[in-house]
Ligand binder design. Structure first.
Ligand code: ATP
Ligand code: MG
Length: 205
């Protein structure tokens, strides 16, 4: 099967993420998309965020109605920071029968040089770069030619939804609504605790 792998902090998951997964599934003819929330994200070590268990639960709630979406707790189980090359290597070992497509936004792709052993990535999975915000996808195509000469990389324009977890956290801290930015079950779950950066918020993982 062709499987999309969608990694992220998902702090919290939002409709931008879900639409990316859906358009990648359809655009590339993927059988399933597996969401993999990051454990302790290597690039965000200093940032306060929801514990893994809660970010994982929110992704589970967000994806449970979609028959082709799954969420894996692979990265939460590791004691060390999660690196994408490790995760993809592990998945290749567990599921040698599948063909993997690693989905990432253009903003993430433009930082890929900072990722641990990033040159190995195209050996482990097809890279799929989806559009995000103002940045032209052609910029990613240029960068891809420099970084991964001769490798086939997919560039997929997706419906532009300017939603980010950063903005959602900001709104929650300010006591503002995030309705229609996150799926309803996520909205309900976020109401169950007092939210990001309040005194009784859950600590970091
Ligand atoms: P933060 O603001 O905390 O960085 P985020 O909204 O960027 O959160 P991440 O969990 O960092 O969400 O993103 C996971 C992946 O999803 C990344 O590859 C990112 O580029 C992509 N992504 C997130 N939001 C969108 C969006 N609105 N449109 C396209 N891609 C997105
Ligand atoms: Mg991000």
């Amino acid at each position: 099967m062709k499987i999309g792998i969608f990694g992220g902090t998902f702090d919290p998951v939002h409709l931008g993420h879900l639409r990316v997964a859906e358009e990648a599934r359809e655009g590339l003819g993927l059988s399933e998309v597996w969401f993999i929330p990051a454990g302790t994200p290597p690039h965000k070590r200093d940032e306060p965020h929801l514990p893994f268990s809660l970010r994982f639960e929110l992704v589970r709630l967000a994806t449970r109605d979609h028959p082709a979406f799954r969420v894996l707790d692979l990265e939460g189980k590791r004691p060390d920071p999660s690196y994408t090359v490790q995760t993809l290597t592990e998945l290749r070992g567990l599921y040698p029968e599948h063909e993997f497509f690693f989905i990432l936004g253009l903003d993430a792709f433009l930082e890929i040089e900072t990722w641990y052993r990033y040159r190995q990535l195209p050996e482990l999975a097809h890279l799929v770069v989806v559009s995000r915000g103002d940045l032209p996808l052609s910029e990613a195509e240029c960068r891809a030619r420099e970084l991964f000469p001769g490798k086939k990389i997919f560039f997929l324009p997706v419906t532009r939804l300017d939603i980010s977890s950063t903005e959602i956290r900001r709104r929650l801290r300010a006591g503002l609504s995030v309705r229609y930015l996150v799926p309803d079950p996520v909205l309900e779950a976020l109401k169950q605790f007092s939210g990001y950066n309040r005194s009784d918020a859950p600590g970091r993982d």
